[in-house]
Structures are given as C-alpha cells and as structure tokens.
Design a binder for this molecule. Structure first.
Ligand SMILES: Nc1nc2c(ncn2[C@@H]2O[C@H](COP(=O)(O)OP(=O)(O)O)[C@@H](O)[C@H]2O)c(=O)[nH]1
Ligand SMILES: [Mg+2]
Length: 458
C-alpha cells in the first residue's frame, strides 16, 4: 500500500478534558486543503514546513470565529507519518476541539483509529515496529525508569542491537544458498566449524538479550509486595511511610487493618504494588478472620513478602514458626526508636537466611535502606543488567525465543551431518523471527544480498 492510497485522518491528540491547549492532528494529502477551509486564506503560502503560524479559525458557513490557534505544518515525507501532517493547537476546550474535528470530518477527513498515525509512520517506514511500540510504552509509562527504557527503544536501540545479528545470519544464509544452488560450480566447501561458531555467537547474543526480559517484565509490570506480620507491629505505618502519605489507618489497637489495601509506588523506577494486610493471628472476630484469610491470599499472589517484627516485643517460638510458614523474602524490624526487647537469638536466626532491615516507621529511620533492600530483591542487585539493553515486551521476547530455538535446531542439523539445505530452513525461520520484532519483511533484502555476492553474468 502506498501512502497516497491513505485517506486523510484527523483526531484530537490531547487527552479529554479542559486544558491550556488542545491539539488536533491531521495526516494525509488533504491536511492543508481541509484546514484552509477553516481559514480565510486563498492559498497555502502562510504555511512553511516545520513552522508554526498564528491563525484564526472561522466557521466555513457562518464565518463565526471558532478559536485563535497555532498551526504547525510538517510536509511529507519529512513528518512523523511520512505524509503531510498539520497540528492545530487550539485552546484546550472540549467544545472547541470537537467542533473543529466535526468540521474536518464533514470536509472528508476520516476519524483516526487508535494508533493510526504510528501505523502510517510504520507503513511509510519512518519507524520500525519496535519503535512504534516504544511510542506506546513511553506514553503509558508509569515510572521514570519505564519512560527511560521506552525512550531508548524509540531511538531504535533494539533494532540497532539486532542488526549485526541479522547481518551475520544473512551472510550465512547467502553462503548456504549459494552452496545449495551451485554445488557443481566449485564454490568454497562449507566450513562447518566456522559456521557453527557464527551460529553459536548469534545464539549467545540473542540469549543475553532474551534473558533481560526477566528484569524487563518487572520494570514493565512491576512486582506485588505484601507486608505481613502480627497485629500492631507497624505494617500500616511502614506502608504509609513507603507511600509517603497517610493512606492506611494506623492506631494503637491491634486488628485495625481488616482488609487488604493496595497502592502502587515507584522504587528505583520499578512499579511496586504494595499490599498492606491484616495482621496474622488467631481471632474470634469474624471480620478480622476474613481479613486474615485475605492476607493469606495476598501472600500467595505476592512476588515479594516482607515480614514485619516489632523490636519491642518478644517473639514466641510458635509465632516464629507461623512466620516461617510463609515465603518471606525480607524481614523488617520496626519500632527501632524504642527499647529493643526482641531476642538477639531470634534476630540472628532470621538474618542467617534472610536480609534483615531495621527501621522506625515513626521517625523514618531505615526506610531508605528498606527501599534499597526491596530494589535489591527485585533486580537481584544487578545494576549492569539494568544499564544494558532490556527487553520489556513479551512479543519481542517470544520472537527472540523463537529465533534462538530455530538457531539451535540449525546447529543440531549441521552437527548431525545434514545438508545446508536442511539447516537453511531454520536459519530463514530465525531471521524471520527477528524480523518480526522490527516488523520488516526481509525477503527482498536476502534476494538482493544473494545476487550482490555473485559475479556479473553468473
Ligand atoms: N514508637 C513507634 N511506634 C510505632 C512505629 N510504627 C508503628 N507504631 C505504632 O504502633 C501502632 C500500630 O501501628 P500500625 O501501623 O497500625 O500496625 P499494624 O497493625 O501492623 O498495621 C500504632 O500506634 C503506631 O503509631 C515505630 O516505628 N515506632
Ligand atoms: Mg495495619
């Protein structure tokens, strides 16, 4: 499909509601002609590419003023979509915006569907598929870290990283294809060892990229963290401290939190879905019993469990055993501003197997250490993983896995003594799988490359 086959689309690009500015975006050949019908202009000379101009929109029939606006014109193909794009910055009134949009539609513009502008940018090869997805990720990012990763991907980082792997595969495919097609022509015999090592190299690069998904998934979706412990140890106080506001009710009465509370915060840029639970204890109170049941559910659903202990209280063996029933990742000793009565032997036995943090939810002491400890639990303290390229998208991960599996199969076939022809199918599959990530069809590329390595007249 050619870009001129597309109808001109229009949409309100800013969120619903009132605001200082509201933007309407148009893309397609008719962008300027449509907008001109709202202006008392006889030609397009007022519009220079990449420049903003002040204009007054008028109703085409009544001549009534609609709004004073700024119009920015991006001439195709040097625009986001690759087509002529016009952005009209109106005052951010839903009434004005929908009136302008309705007029544009009445002129023949089509109401853009979600993602239509990015789709055109992709179809017109202004961006690849991974970049298009990054735009969406950037817009929907909930932490600064997610935004940072998406912005990097938007700049084509993933595509750039995949390119050398693809090139190696293409070279190999070209070589194998020529070996298959022209066996009788005395081409260099297949150097099996070298080819196997090329395949190994690509597998290990793809593996390291795919392995980043375990962290990438966490950065994208976050982790569920449950705070558990006996009543009154200060779970809700810690919950509030981590959130930085008084969300949960805190009282001196045991059993105050009866239901589980959920809030999301960002720790080192990772979304942490925090769950405050009802204290775990035997109780006759029905509501509290139900709360304890919910606590047990929260624990099974949580990725991380933090058990809170009260520094001021002794911990009986039974209580210790009860805590040990749960898959605790981190122990927190709270109320460290008070005199410590918790036996050292208990503390020692817990810290033998788990990280243990001392805090005071009252004074805020140790809360930053707790956040660091949570971050360490989440990414295993591996900053280097975070700094290198990270796969956050399941589709990319699946495509990588598929490519790795195909390469492994190719390797097996070659090692087992099968012909290049057999291995080729899997090499093609691997390349196609990687092409899925960037959304390209590489068939044309491969054909060009194959012939470019032949002599003229061959
Ligand atoms: N001195 C002191 N008191 C605390 C601390 N954290 C919580 N508390 C008090 O302990 C009581 C129970 O706290 P709460 O957060 O409701 O405990 P929960 O039942 O585990 O959720 C309240 O009176 C809090 O003010 C702390 O670090 N130091
Ligand atoms: Mg509570």
């Amino acid at each position: 499909m050619n870009s001129s086959d597309f109808k001109t689309i229009a949409a309100i690009a800013t969120p619903a509601g009132y605001g200082g500015i509201g933007v309407i975006r148009l893309s397609g050949e008719q962008s300027l002609p449509f907008i001109r019908r709202l202006l008392k202009l006889s030609d397009d000379s007022a519009f220079q590419p990449n420049q903003a101009t002040f204009q007054i929109l008028h109703h085409p029939e009544t001549g009534a003023t609609i709004d004073e606006v700024i119009i920015t014109y991006f001439k195709g193909p040097h625009s986001f979509t690759g087509e002529d794009v016009v952005e009209i910055s109106c005052h951010g009134s839903p009434v004005v915006l929908s009136a302008v949009l309705r007029l544009l539609i009445s002129f023949g513009a089509e109401l853009a569907q979600p993602g239509d502008f990015s789709l055109r940018a992709f179809l017109n090869r202004r961006i690849d598929l991974a970049q298009a997805e990054a735009i969406n990720d950037l817009i929907h990012s909930q932490t600064s870290y997610q935004a940072q990763l998406a912005a990097r991907q938007l700049r084509g980082e993933l595509s750039k990283q995949l390119q050398p792997v693809k090139n190696d595969l293409i070279t190999l495919i070209v070589h194998f294809e020529s070996t298959v097609e022209f066996v009788e022509d005395d081409l260099d015999p297949l150097n099996l060892k070298a080819h196997l090592s090329t395949i190994d190299g690509t597998i290990s690069r793809l593996r390291s990229l795919a392995s980043s998904y375990s962290v990438g998934k966490i950065i994208r979706d976050g982790v569920k963290l449950a705070l558990i412990g006996r009543p009154n140890v200060g779970k809700s106080s810690i919950f509030n401290c981590l959130l930085g506001r008084d969300r949960a009710i805190v009282t001196h009465l045991p059993g105050t939190t009866r239901d589980t509370l959920h809030e999301t915060l960002s720790i080192n840029g990772i979304p942490v879905h925090l769950i405050d639970t009802a204290g775990i204890r035997e109780t006759d109170d029905l509501v509290e019993q139900l709360g304890v049941e919910r606590t047990r559910t929260a624990i099974t659903e949580a990725d991380l469990v933090i058990a809170v202990l009260d520094a001021q209280e002794q911990l009986s063996r039974e209580e210790l055993d009860l805590l040990r029933e749960f898959p605790v990742n981190l122990y927190v000793i709270n109320k460290c501003d008070l005199e410590k009565r918790l036996a050292e032997t208990v503390v020692d036995s817990l810290s033998e197997r788990h990280e243990l943090i001392h805090v005071s939810a009252l004074t805020g002491m140790g809360i930053d250490d707790l956040k660091d400890a949570i971050a360490r639990q989440i990414v295993g303290g591996n900053r280097t993983v975070i700094e290198s390229s990270i796969i956050t998208n399941e589709r990319h991960f699946n495509a990588l896995e598929q490519a790795i599996a195909a390469l492994e199969a190719a390797k097996r076939d070659l090692t087992a003594g099968f012909t290049e022809e057999v291995a080729l199918a899997n090499l093609h599959l691997a390349l196609r799988s990687l092409g899925l990530i960037t959304g390209e069809t590489l068939i044309g590329d491969i054909i060009n490359q194959i012939f470019s390595t032949f002599c003229i007249g061959k």
